[in-house]
Write a protein that binds this ligand. Structure first.
Ligand code: PYC
Length: 335
């Protein structure tokens, strides 16, 4: 029998229904440097790892992978690089909650507060219990408001461009009813919006592509403020309310004066899972807290918020991914 290569140790979890696969061991040696540099090295020299972990036959479109790394920041317990079926994510809110719960399950972090390094900056995670986590995300802000694009078959669609650790286009009034039975139609509409943004040159800061589209509708339960549908970069929809998307949302609410510091916003996902979100304002006098944040926002009076997102994650599996050398699809089915 052929000898399989050493396995990749994984822990699977889901956060409000959205899966995260933590790679604990068996990943490539990415050398030293910042996490952003190591992300580039992973993408350029070891992308097989991403494809093996999240693509079929071991993964599927919705799963987000998280590679556990050593942190260069002495204040951080660990570093993490997030990826999906199409590439790499700066940050991932549901993923960070899943990683925290998985690290606790493995006995690597206690209940309470720890910092994690991501390629877009450090985040703080607080484990309230083995399954409930609050993340303090990277500084988030609205970059453009009321941008209208002409969308094939939908006509003009207006939304805001905001950063919550990834770039989002947020449409307040969803062009399609935000109900579970409409997932195919919502996905199709969101793709059209994404294509229109690209065609009309609407981007995030520095020309970065907007790769997450978020539609909103009134909540269906009395306990949430709003319901969303989020299209992720590789075409899957987020089963959770999306941590970075909820961060972008509260940055927009803050910019519109609709949510004050410390007030709670409950965001419900298309499948009915919930995140509770609030924020405090960034401290411009602390240079360490405004890394990667344009100072022009302060001059323009645009609030830059530090979102706090609370959600629940549960462990759904643990094991080893095996790659047999003879397997033509040992690195997954490439898309
Ligand atoms: O929770 O930030 C998030 C996220 C991004 C993509 C999927 N989930």
């Amino acid at each position: 029998m052929p000898t399989p290569t050493a396995g990749i140790h994984i822990v699977d979890s889901h956060t409000g229904g959205e899966p995260t696969r933590l790679v604990v061991d068996g990943g490539p040696d990415l050398g030293s440097g910042s996490l952003a540099q190591r992300l580039i090295r992973l993408r350029e020299t070891a992308d097989d790892l991403r494809q093996t972990v999240v693509n079929e036959p071991r993964g599927w479109d919705a799963i987000v992978g998280a590679l556990l790394c050593e942190s260069t920041d002495p204040h951080c317990a660990a570093g993490v690089i997030f990826f999906n079926n199409t590439g790499y994510l700066g940050m991932c809110g549901h993923g960070a909650i899943g990683v925290a719960v998985s690290l606790h399950y493995l006995g690597r972090v206690p209940l309470g507060r720890v910092k994690l390094e991501t390629p877009v900056g450090p985040i703080e995670v607080t484990l309230q219990s083995a399954n409930e986590v609050t993340i303090e995300n990277v500084p988030s802000y609205r970059w453009r408001s009321d941008v209208t694009v002409n969308v094939e078959e939908l006509g003009p669609v207006t939304g805001d461009v905001a950063w919550g650790g990834n770039w989002f286009f947020l449409v307040q009034d969803s062009p399609v009813e935000v109900v579970r039975t409409n997932i195919a139609a919502l996905t199709d509409a969101a793709w059209r919006v994404r294509r229109a943004l690209a065609a009309e040159g609407v981007t995030g800061r520095g020309g970065i592509e907007i790769d997450h589209i978020e539609f909103f509708a009134p909540a269906t339960t009395g306990v949430a403020n709003s319901r969303n549908f989020v299209l992720c970069p590789g075409g899957a929809y987020d089963r959770s309310p999306c941590g970075t998307g909820t961060s972008a949302k509260i940055a927009c609410l803050a910019a519109d004066g609709k949510l004050g510091p410390g007030e709670t916003w409950v965001q419900e996902s298309i499948i009915g899972s919930r995140f509770a979100a609030s924020y405090h304002l960034v401290d411009w006098t602390d240079p360490a807290s405004v890394i990667n944040v344009p100072t022009t926002l302060d001059e323009q009076g645009v609030p830059v918020v530090i979102p706090r997102i609370t959600g629940q994650a549960f462990i759904s599996g643990e094991g080893f991914l095996v790659q047999q050398p003879e397997d033509p699809f040992r690195c997954g089915v490439r898309c």
